[in-house]
Ligand binder design. Structure first.
Ligand SMILES: Cc1cc2nc3c(=O)[nH]c(=O)nc-3n(C[C@H](O)[C@H](O)[C@H](O)COP(=O)(O)O)c2cc1C
Length: 202
């Protein structure tokens, strides 16, 4: 049996912002989580698809009470993110950025920021577009900015050929399963998130 690289139990969660269940993003996000698990992390994948989620309405309730005034499924996902050592956000590329579902999750984490509850967590991005140069890197960058604003540590890819995280290609549902670059970069990312999270929190 392969020796675990992480001797402290880190929890790495994947949040999938695709509206398609079992779609291209989910396939590569699962690869990232599998690699994190092989390195010794405990993992969990959350799909935003099918959940009752709503956008931030700027009521500023979170600034006064520390809690979101909207009652839907996102509060649970936000708390799950706060309980993890590593967070990988996966999103399809939509017009060069993330999906509305992914953005809703990001905006709704504002209650965590008043006390910087995501500080020192390790964040990473997996993005999938229909074209090879469809905006995967800009979508990753948007996810990286989210982590930076939360004072989380961002990991890239630690690969000579990829720099922004897990970046894949697929149009029709399932196509990313044949994208070896996507699989390799997603797996590199998952392992990096687990290893850095263990180094910071172990
Ligand atoms: C509204 C919309 C906008 C899109 N914009 C882009 C884009 O800017 N660049 C790109 O490469 N692919 C774009 N795509 C294609 C998706 O990123 C691609 O099909 C991806 O594999 C979907 O991932 P999923 O299966 O996880 O949902 C777009 C698709 C939709 C529905």
């Amino acid at each position: 049996m392969k020796q675990k690289e992480v001797d402290f139990m880190v929890k790495v969660i994947g949040i999938c912002g695709s509206p398609r269940k079992n779609g291209n993003t989910e396939i590569l996000l699962r690869e990232a989580l599998d690699a994190a698990e092989e390195a010794g992390a405990e993992t969990e994948l959350v799909r935003l698809a099918g959940l009752d989620i709503n956008p931030c309405r700027a009521c500023d309730s979170c600034k006064k009470t520390g809690e979101c005034a909207i009652e839907d499924d996102l509060n649970r996902v936000v708390e799950l993110a706060a309980s993890a050592h590593g967070i990988i956000i996966g999103s399809p590329v939509y017009f060069g950025s993330v999906t509305a579902q992914t953005k809703m999750f990001m905006d709704r984490t504002r209650p965590l920021r008043s006390e910087f509850r995501l500080a020192n967590r390790v964040g990473g991005a997996v993005t999938v577009g229909g074209s090879r140069n469809g905006g995967q890197e800009t979508a990753c960058r948007d996810i990286h900015s989210f982590f930076l604003i939360h004072e989380a540590a961002v990991v890239g890819n630690a690969s000579p050929t990829a720099h922004y995280g897990g970046t894949g290609v697929g149009g029709a549902k399932g196509e990313s399963a044949d994208d070896m670059t996507g699989i390799e970069t997603a797996r590199n990312l998952g392992r990096r998130v687990a290893l850095l999270a263990a180094r910071i929190h172990g």
